[in-house]
Design a protein around this ligand. Structure first.
Ligand code: M1P
Length: 252
């Protein structure tokens, strides 16, 4: 492998390396491989490790580690460098079961009063480092997901959920973030994508570039995009990511 240059390119996954919830294209995989000859590559996603691996390599974790020197799942709460796990944080230790049960009960009660065109299952997904709450349910199909996106844009279902959670738990040190298409991420303050920077900021990179598509205020890429430790790049889709990386590395 070519010697590493002291620049890190850190990519969001959904909407940045792949279309939302879809798999990376072979062309984008090949592009990332070629980028590794010019810079160090990392990914930081809000999803858990199996989902990131599914999107980036059809579920093959080893391939993801070969493609990316740094892999940060759940915003970096599950962190890998060179294929070795270097960190794991845990929501239960942080918040305790009594609080978590109060939170989950309140959330389910709120969702039980929400009327939608349709609902499916898996409304509260408990992850190592965050709770993901979905009014339609995470087991919806792609077509149902697309339909919810339109419905939510018109009716503000997730904004209402965030409002209710903020009223009830606003002083508990939690963030409520509308990240993807059908859900709200809930995690302790600081456990956003900037969490991952502690693992790279002292690694000797001259610059850390971050590429993400949800960089506006309220988006789950906003904090890391604005962070003084990164040079932020706002992208609209994977082809835009590629174009901006090519410009940055002067590959065109
Ligand atoms: O885009 C990242 C988000 O992807 C999923 O969101 P959704 O299913 O709502 O599109 C979730 O994994 C979410 O946690 C994550 O932030």
């Amino acid at each position: 492998m070519a010697p590493r240059k002291p620049t890190l390119l850190l990519f969001d996954v959904d909407g940045t390396l792949t279309k939302a919830r879809q798999s990376i294209t072979p062309e984008m995989t090949e592009f990332l491989r070629s980028v590794r000859e010019h810079a160090c590559v990392g990914v930081v996603g809000g999803s858990d490790l199996p989902k990131i691996c599914q999107q980036l390599a059809g579920g093959d974790e080893a391939s993801v580690h070969r493609l990316c020197e740094y892999v940060f799942a759940e915003n970096g709460l599950v962190a890998f460098k060179g294929g070795e796990q270097i960190h794991k944080a845990d929501l239960v230790s942080q918040l305790g079961d009594a609080f978590l049960q109060r939170f989950i009960n309140f959330t389910l009660a709120h969702l039980s009063k929400v009327e939608l065109p349709l609902k499916r299952g898996n409304f509260v997904e408990f992850r190592n480092g965050m709770i993901n709450v979905s009014p339609i349910g995470r087991s919806c199909s792609q077509a149902e997901r697309d339909q919810f996106v339109e419905y939510d844009a018109a009716h503000g279902v997730r904004s209402d959920l965030v409002r209710a959670l903020t009223e009830q738990f606003g002083d508990s040190g939690l963030c409520f973030c509308i990240g993807g298409q059908i859900s709200v991420d809930v995690f302790p303050k600081g456990w956003d994508k900037t969490y991952s920077l502690q693992f790279v900021e002292k690694e000797g990179f001259d610059e850390i570039h971050f590429f993400g598509d949800k960089t506006s205020p309220g988006g789950n890429d906003h904090a890391i995009y604005e962070d003084p430790r990164t040079v932020g790049h706002s992208v609209v889709d994977p082809s835009d990511t590629r174009r901006q990386v090519e410009e940055l590395l002067k590959l065109r």
